[in-house]
Design a binder for this molecule. Sequence first.
Ligand code: MG
Length: 376
Amino acid sequence: MDSSSERQMKLATNSIRETQILAPYAMHSCDSRGRQFLESEHPYRGPFQRDRDRILHSSAYRRLSGKMQVFTGRMGDYHRTRLTHTQEVATIARTIGRALRLNEDLVEALALMHDIGHPPYGHAGEDALDEVAHDVGGFSHNQFALTIVQVLEIRSSDTPGLNLTHEVLEGQTARVDKQAKGPRPLLEVQLVDASDSTTYDAHDTDDAVKLGLVTLEEMAEVPLIASCLAFVHSKYSQLNAKQLRKAVVHRLIDCQVTDMLAHCGQELARHDFQSAGEATQSDFIIGPSPELAAQKTELEFFLHQRVYRHADLVTVRRDAQQRIKSMYEAFLDDPAKLSPKHQDRANMVGLRRAVVEFIAGMTDHYCEELYHRLFD
Ligand code: MG
């Protein structure tokens, strides 16, 4: 363990750099409340940078590559997985965070973590698990993310979980109940939430058109898509269908990011917050301008009606839920079929919760394979 002076020196190195580049309203790592289990500071990586690395190297993060975002692996290999969605969120959040002089390391750690608790089969899987587990507290992927990083991931034999900083854990906790009363979460936490919707509004449009569930012409009934199309047509002529789709999606990201930067930049200048804490006490929230927020709502309504409820996805959803519910019952009937780790876990949290956690940790493919092993 560092002596107190060593610790101060390492923190000071990071803090000088941050003082030079971060705004006063950013979360400076020298003000971090630290970790539950005290650790030596790293010689050249700050605390939030270490958190980001711990999340990136976790098993749950890697498994996101095998978990669907909206469309399953059976529908092709173009569309986003939960992992590529996460990377896009991190990239967009970092771009905005850098321009607003927020703490990019914290932004990236929060972004990489934000969907780490997703079960197989996206929200269909989550709903099925929530239903079977209703009498033991239900299931929420945001809550499960905390269980993963605080308990289930193994990093060292000294401490449970990843021993992340309080700020990263609190950021994820804020996702569990977004209506919770009290101060707002840090600006970095708000930014990741806003970037999540920026990202999926754009990539779900891209994936849905690419998969042929809707056409761009049909989507042009949404004013935001119509304005992106008009912009692209004014700039380029003679694009083929693929080039047009790509150009519209690029524009969709660009106009959302540009709008958020202009709106938040203005508001942050007006408020002139002198600390991260002061910003959390205010009504200001990082997000799009009211005008763009209204346009995004229209786009999201269209996506809900025409894409997420598309007949192809309804079938995927129904099959996935049936599979998860049957597996849940099978593991309850015969706990010896659980992994050794989850048999141990059942002694701590009860069998039902352990079964939910076991299923929630699976990739789509593993879930399907295990289902066939259990029932064929
Ligand atoms: Mg997400």
